[in-house]
Write a protein that binds this ligand. Sequence first.
Ligand code: KET
Length: 449
Amino acid sequence: MHTQEQQSASPSAERRLSVVARHLEPSSSAAANHWIIAAPTSSGTQSVFAHIVRAPEDPILGVTVAYNKDTSPVKLNLGVGAYRTEEGKPLVLNVVRKAEQQLVNDRSRVKEYLSITGLADFNKLSAKLILGADSPAIQENRVTTVQCLSGTGSLRVGAEFLARHYHQRTIYIPQPTWGNHPKIFTLAGLSVKSYRYYDPATRGLHFQGLLEDLGSAPSGAIVLLHACAHNPTGVDPTLDQWEQIRRLMRSKGLLPFFDSAYQGFASGSLDTDAQSVRMFVADGGEVLVAQSYAKNMGLYGERVGALSIVCRNADVASRVESQLKLVIRPMYSNPPIHGASIVATILKDRNLYHEWTLELKAMADRIIRMRQQLFDALRARGTPGDWSHIIKQIGMFTFTGLNKEQVAFMTKEYHIYMTSDGRISMAGLSSRTVPHLADAIHAAVTGAR
Ligand code: KET
């Protein structure tokens, strides 16, 4: 006899196979071809893996790999979105140190397994953080939150759940978006399509294109939305535009899946940066949201995040949670305890929470200062072009408009590392390194080689 899980898992397994089969077709993208499997060898001395083709480095994390190999003293890593101090060093927040100290001092703490859904306090506090302390959805018990492996893991668990249980398996992602999105959703068994988001001509939102593309999406389709500080463009809809997006999506029954990786980093305020999500929750409709504490608490390597699914009522929410457990258990069983304990310690203590908001604001403000300094430095050099987008864009990144060749030139001649789409992490800059970057951009743009 089949258990319920087997019955629900098999169509998704089939979908996964067909996804892999699609990747194996000769017409599929270059990246997918690195999986191609040749006939395994059976000869005695040769490795059974001898046929394996070397895969390229990840487009974002691979930038750090290349940077680490560079021996130049002036090298600068503006690839990955990771905060650095004015001294160019990684930052562990003071509140995080304090919370960790409390945890270490508490001898009653043990290292038992968490439940499949993670630390209960952490889940409650995470839902409050993104949805608001007074959220009716939370009071009505219609939100289920599960602790996952940072933002990436939360997106993946949400996507696996949707692929198994949601009737419409197409997800629309913005063009462009974070490079990992299409891979996460495809491998979870969803079919990925894109909607227009960024207009290179105006370096702003392609709002008309966005409305047209979502307007012609099939009813019920899933839509991935960046809650704030859109990566890589740094361009967010205004509140008025969000309201129009919400109305359109609700009228077509499109399901919002928010990726909230930068709450607090866009404006410096946790509440302001959650407004887009809260608008969608306030109308009573259903919403998924993946949260990451990598950036806003600087807990990158702790892998701490949460997936919340806001449902119509408490009964649905509890059944959804029971199925999320079936997604998580065979994937990684249950999440790690340390990072979530740090977050819960900070979120439940008034003083620590307040201190966190100040440290977060200081990080956001430093990034904004870097924008101004870089803009001023380019103006001082008379670098051709309008660079005002550097100060207009929001969040960790500037989408410079530099092309692949210009990026390659800056890496080769100036040892500046960034993603090939021209994105620079403003969080990696400091007053000391701004002139070097401005020189490099100036040379790349003017062809002074
Ligand atoms: N969503 C977005 C939009 C995002 O930029 C990242 C990370 C994540 C989710 C996942 O982060 P996590 O560490 O799983 O919580 N972005 C940076 C790092 C990376 O690519 O992994 C980046 O774009 O540089």
